[in-house]
Write a protein of this length. Structure first.
Length: 302
């Protein structure tokens, strides 16, 4: 089997790609790689100034549009203003173990941003998507549990890592149910997912708060083992352009969250269809956004 690298991305001329959170980390690396292959890439970012700074370092047709996934009004405004066909939507933006916070709509910040924001965005854009929806999860999903009695951490003491794991499990359940619905609707659109493994991005900055020598040492070890942002973006790119099945989940194929991307396994909870359907129903209720009739024309192959 041929190892997938950025050089194996096919020509993307004439195709439009939307990448959330593309001003830094693996989102930026994925956007840059796709733009270099001829795609028109839209950086969907909360801070347009940072987006324009990132776009200025990229070669190709790159645009910047404001999107705050922690504010459903911003998500709706972004979707309302996007009228062109989308060949690949990459749901990449995310928060990792920040202090307790709330979105503009009152959701726990990680669940609201990582899952609900992308859930709403995808469904609002889906009638214009003609290729793929790629959602970035994490190996941390294996620690996740969907607590329907307290999704927003309003009753139990807040714990950042379990909250993060819940949001990343939600990403995979969302992908599974989206794939099921697209298939049932006869849509050519594919829903796939990816995780970057251990990648050196600004998300790891939350691990070092400077409070203890042990924590700083642990962060240094993690950063020493982590692969680059460019390598961390490869599973996302693989899920976006390679010949993978709907519902497929890509990740690094080597040890310690490193190596060339391939299809990887997921937890038993992430394969639970009933759980995925229940989460979808609750997500519709929380966001007020429902599954639309997706595009039914020929899929835009990468």
């Amino acid at each position: 089997m041929t190892t997938f690298t950025a050089e194996r991305i096919p020509a993307m001329t004439g195709r439009t790609v939307v990448v959330t959170g593309a001003n830094s980390g693996i989102g930026r690396a994925a956007a840059q790689a796709l733009a270099a292959r001829g795609a028109r890439v839209v950086l969907a970012v909360r801070d347009p100034a940072k987006g324009h700074a990132a776009a200025g370092t990229m070669t190709g047709d790159v645009a910047v549009r404001r999107l705050d996934l922690a504010d459903l009004a911003s998500v709706r405004a972004f979707a309302d203003g996007f009228t062109e066909p989308i060949d690949v939507l990459i749901n990449n933006a995310g928060l990792m173990i920040p202090p307790l916070g709330r979105t503009a709509d009152g959701f726990e910040l990680q669940f609201g941003t990582n899952h609900l924001g992308h859930f709403a965005l995808t469904n609002l854009l889906l009638p214009r998507v003609r290729g793929r929806v790629v959602t970035v999860s994490s190996g941390a999903h294996r620690m996740g549990r969907i607590d329907f009695d307290d999704l927003n951490w309003e009753r139990k003491p807040y714990r950042a890592l379990p909250a993060y794991a819940q949001s990343k499990l939600a990403n995979l359940l969302f992908t599974a149910e989206l794939h099921r619905r697209l298939t049932e609707a006869g849509s050519p659109v594919l829903a796939t997912a990816a995780h970057p493994g251990l990648a050196a991005t600004n998300l790891l900055g939350h691990l070092d708060d400077g409070r203890s020598l042990l924590r700083r040492l642990r962060t240094a070890v993690i950063n020493g083992l982590a692969q680059s942002g460019d390598d961390g973006a490869l599973p996302t790119l693989y899920a976006a352009v390679a010949d993978v099945p709907g519902g497929g989940y890509a990740g690094p194929g080597g040890l310690l969250g490193r190596g060339a991307p391939k299809l990887v396994g997921r937890s038993r909870a992430a394969r639970n269809g009933a759980l995925a359907r229940r989460l979808w129903t609750v997500s519709e209720e929380l966001t007020g956004v429902t599954f639309p009739l997706p595009a039914t024309g020929p899929a835009a192959r990468p």
